[in-house]
Ligand binder design. Structure first.
Ligand code: C2E
Ligand code: MG
Ligand code: MG
Ligand code: MG
Length: 288
């Protein structure tokens, strides 16, 4: 009997694995068509100078409206897109759309775009960035690419070559999610970053937890020593912001300073109105 139960358990396991794999394959297929079907859009989250509250720019964050599943979070679909290869096409759409939209803003604010490992290791990447800047007319100095440490390690010489080419265009690069990867310190030295983004997990309770505060102070010291501005992600409360201000952290991003929203929500800064003349997601933004 125990044997039979074990067998049933195994069968059940096998069946559920099958269902999971099937579900994943469907997600992969849906992702491949999502750009063409206009299911993606970008939301924008403010990045502000902490000492003055001045707006510096926005991080563009990808949103996928799936026809049946509703909104699927990036933490779910980005890894699937990376494994299945569709991130290349999706990443191009994000870059082109963010640049095209930012080029229409009435104030020359920065736009930060997340770049995945797959994009970074494409030898054509910097040429594509250049082409998008020319096509959209966005000044290179207004674009910042956010790159995580994990994206660097696959092929460091390749990643370094790409970063140098990107920087030669006048585009800036920020190290994203600092503190959550590995060998952070050597990466800071080896790669020509312009900014450090401390991961939000370190900002949570920074005002109430001595250990966390010590780590954040150390990163701020690192940034000062290296001459790199530091941005704190995930600022959720006034007390966290006060701590960061007292410790001379340069830039903040988080729900307390502004939630991600459609660009029309920031119309007073960008001049983009919601009167139906908003930028459409698929009118020429994809690479030709
Ligand atoms: P990230 O680049 O570190 O982006 C910051 C994430 O933190 C965003 O989640 C943002 O909505 C969230 N966030 C901002 N402020 C707060 C806060 O105060 N509290 C908390 N708890 N969270 C906050 P989101 O939009 O879900 O994106 C998650 C991740 O997905 C991003 O992390 C990034 O790694 C990836 N991602 C998003 N858009 C893109 C994209 O266009 N391309 C690529 N390759 N990855 C993307
Ligand atoms: Mg980011
Ligand atoms: Mg981050
Ligand atoms: Mg993150």
């Amino acid at each position: 009997r125990a044997k039979a139960e074990g067998k049933d358990t195994f069968r059940y396991f096998e069946a559920s694995m099958g269902a999971q794999a099937r579900d994943r394959r469907i997600l992969e297929q849906d992702l491949r068509q999502a750009v063409a079907r206009g299911e993606f859009r970008l939301v924008y989250q403010p990045q502000k100078e902490i000492s003055s509250g001045r707006m510096i720019g926005f991080e563009a964050l990808l949103r996928w409206q799936h026809p049946e599943r509703g909104e699927v979070p990036p933490s779910v679909f980005i890894p699937v897109a990376e494994d299945s290869g569709s991130i290349a096409q999706i990443g191009e759409w994000v870059l082109a759309t963010a640049c095209k939209e930012a080029a229409t803003w009435k104030n020359p604010l920065m736009v930060a775009v997340n770049v995945s490992a797959v994009q970074l290791h494409n030898p054509d990447f910097s040429r594509k960035v250049h082409e998008v800047l020319l096509r959209t007319g966005l000044a290179a100095g207004r674009l910042e690419l956010e790159i995580t440490e994990t994206a660097l390690v696959k092929d460091m010489p390749r990643a370094l070559a790409t970063l140098r080419q990107i920087k030669a265009l006048g585009v800036r690069v920020a190290m994203d999610d600092f503190g959550t990867g590995y060998s952070s310190l050597s990466n800071l030295r080896a790669f020509p970053f312009d900014k450090i983004k401390i991961d939000g997990s370190f900002i949570k309770q920074v005002d109430r937890n001595d250990q966390v505060a010590t780590i954040v102070r150390a990163v701020l010291g690192l940034g000062r020593g290296l001459g790199l501005p530091v941005l704190a992600e995930g600022v959720e409360t006034l007390d966290e912001l006060r701590f960061l201000d007292a410790e001379d952290c340069d830039i903040g991003q988080g729900y307390f300073l502004g939630r991600p929203g459609p660009i029309e929500a920031f119309g007073e800064l960008t001049g983009v109105s919601s009167a139906g003349d908003g930028v459409k997601e698929d009118d020429g933004a994809t690479a030709k």
